[in-house]
Design a protein around this ligand. Structure first.
Ligand SMILES: [Zn+2]
Length: 196
C-alpha cells in the first residue's frame, strides 16, 4: 500500500516501513501527478527495500526467543532462567569484553572502556574518548558479525567518521567487511525485537 502524506516538507521523500507500506512525504503544493511520477521513477528502489525487509523478517523467523537464549548465533539451553534480560546482559558483558580485548590486542587499535547497552538504534558506537558502547543483542549474532562490529567501532578510534579513509582502515583489519556489513543490515529488525 502507498500512503501519501502532504505537509510542510521541503521536497518529496519516501520510505518503506516495517509492514511493507510505502510512505511518501511531499510538500503541499506538489501536484499528485508529480508524486506519482516520483513513485514510478523509484519502482526498483521500492522493490529492493521490500525484498530487504522480507529477507530480514525471514532471518528473525529462524530464532525462537521464547525457548532459547542465543550465544554467538547458537541456541543454548539454560536451566532455571529467572531473568532473561539479566542473563543476556551477563553473557554479553563477559563475551564481548573478552572479544574487544583480544581484537584490540591483535589489531593494536586502542579503546578506553566498554559499556553494554540496550539501544534500539545502534549495534555499537565509540566516542571521542575511545569509550566503546556495544549492544547487548550483539551476542545473538554470529561470531563473525560481532567481530566485524567490534573492529568497526575500534577503527573509529583512528577515523571518527565514515569516510573513505575509515573504510580503508576497516578493510585492513577485516578484508571481508563489505559482506559482513551487508549481512548485518538484515538484522536491523532485531534491535527492535523483544528477545527477553
Ligand atoms: Zn561507524
Amino acid at each position: 500500500m502507498i500512503k501519501i502524506v502532504k505537509g510542510r516538507y521541503k521536497r518529496i521523500s519516501m520510505k518503506v516501513d516495517e509492514s511493507l507500506d510505502v510512505i511518501v512525504k511531499a510538500p503541499r503544493r506538489v501536484a499528485d501527478e508529480k508524486i506519482n511520477e516520483f513513485i514510478l521513477a523509484h519502482r526498483s528502489w521500492i522493490l529492493k527495500q521490500k525484498n530487504r525487509l522480507i529477507q530480514a523478517n525471514q532471518i528473525l523467523d529462524k530464532y525462537d526467543f521464547n525457548k532459547y537464549v542465543y550465544v554467538l548465533g547458537e541456541p543454548q539451553n539454560f536451566s532455571n532462567i529467572l531473568n532473561r534480560k539479566n542473563l543476556y546482559y551477563k553473557v554479553a558483558e563477559s563475551i564481548l569484553t573478552e572479544l574487544v580485548n583480544r581484537i584490540s590486542t591483535q589489531t593494536k587499535l586502542s579503546f578506553s572502556g566498554i559499556q553494554i547497552t540496550h539501544s534500539v538504534r545502534n549495534w555499537g558506537s565509540m566516542d571521542r574518548y575511545k569509550h566503546i558502547k556495544l549492544n547487548v543483542k550483539l551476542i545473538v549474532l554470529s561470531r563473525e558479525l560481532v567481530e566485524y562490529v567490534i573492529i568497526h567501532e575500534l577503527c573509529h578510534g583512528v577515523e571518527f567518521n565514515h569516510s573513505k579513509q575509515f573504510w580503508y582502515v576497516v578493510e585492513k583489519h577485516c578484508p571481508n567487511y563489505k559482506n559482513l556489513k551487508k549481512g548485518l543490515n538484515y538484522y536491523g529488525g532485531l534491535l527492535r525485537t523483544n528477545i527477553y
